[in-house]
Design a protein around this ligand. Structure first.
Ligand code: SF4
Ligand code: SF4
Length: 306
């Protein structure tokens, strides 16, 4: 509830037309995200990425496509590799990619924990021996199987829970991502997951990442402009450093080319294509003009667990 208060006050402060646009100057590359392509076995109507079976808005990168970015990021001091989609386990080289990446850094994979992940459990088991840890973040939209399945397909809540139990038993860490509703009681909703964590054999303190409404890719919701004035008035330097575009970047394969985008949330807008290399991308000042930037500004939204 306190966050909602901040949203309103900050939003009003951003309405000062005429002021210069707000921006983030990247300060470090702590986390590097890889988009594994917009192919997904599901076709959720609320998908942030517009992913579905056969989709190729963003193509599936191979290990050979990703290796140069992994190496370049290590030279920049990256601390974690994270993978999102689409469904990463729909990418035929995902195990080879994780095998390579886990020799170099901890990895996080966002997954719907349905058939594609369940089908890879045998090969995944060996990755527990790697030098760095592999963590999974599973989408479990609501602490309510019927509500979850209404968007993700019948039976997928229970399948996700079963797969979470299996990956936890293999020794991997699991967190979940959920959607939020306006004015919800965040703690009460989070507590409602406890019986399901228990059922899956997960620790009671399993992290829950709560996402606000981000709107579909290519949409243009009417949100206040973020100005330089409101970024310096309502955000301290420390808070500006916590914007994802300040400490992370995302590598995507688009139009057959490997590109670096400002963050995980803006790959539908060419203005956030920052170049073909990480060194180049880290030099670019990120202008906060995408509607999802307002969600970051007002709600502190972030895909990162760092
Ligand atoms: S499972 Fe995730 S990536 Fe796939 S369609 Fe649903 S929301 Fe999109
Ligand atoms: S969506 Fe958020 S993290 Fe991405 S560029 Fe905008 S402010 Fe930065």
């Amino acid at each position: 509830m306190q966050n909602s208060q901040v949203v309103k006050e900050s939003g009003e402060g951003c309405a000062d037309a005429g002021s210069r646009p707000g921006y983030i100057q990247p300060h470090a590359l702590k986390e590097l995200w890889f988009h594994t392509g917009t192919v997904c076995n599901l076709c959720c109507p609320f998908c942030l990425e517009g992913s579905r079976p056969g989709d190729d808005r963003l193509q599936q990168p191979s290990l050979a496509d990703l290796k140069p970015f992994i190496e370049e990021s290590l030279a920049l001091g990256v601390q974690q590799f994270s993978f999102t989609g689409g469904e990463p386990f729909s990418n035929s080289e995902v195990i080879e990619v994780l095998d390579y990446a886990l020799d170099r850094n901890p990895c996080l994979v966002l997954t719907n924990a349905t058939e594609p992940l369940a089908g890879h459990l045998g090969r995944l088991a060996a990755l527990i021996e790697k030098p760095f840890a592999l963590q999974f973040r599973v989408s479990l939209d609501y602490p309510n199987p019927e509500k979850h399945d209404a968007g993700r397909g019948r039976g997928n809540f229970n399948l996700a829970l079963k797969t979470m139990r299996q990956i936890h038993r293999l020794g991997f860490t699991v967190s979940i991502a959920r959607q939020s509703a306006p004015n919800e009681d965040v703690d009460a909703v989070n507590r409602a997951y406890q019986p399901f964590f228990e059922e899956a054999g997960l620790p009671a303190e399993t992290p829950i990442v709560v996402f606000p409404e981000f709107h579909e890719p290519g949409s243009h919701p009417d949100v206040p402009h973020i100005t330089e004035h409101c970024m310096t008035t309502y955000k301290s330097a420390e808070e500006r450093d916590r914007f994802m575009c300040s400490f992370s970047k995302m590598v995507v394969k688009k139009g057959g080319r490997m590109r670096v985008y400002a963050c995980t949330l803006v790959d539908d807008d060419e203005d956030y294509d920052l170049g073909g290399s990480l060194h180049e991308a880290m030099e670019v000042r990120v202008m906060l003009q995408h509607h999802r930037c307002y969600t970051c500004f007002a709600a502190g939204a972030s895909c990162s667990e760092l």
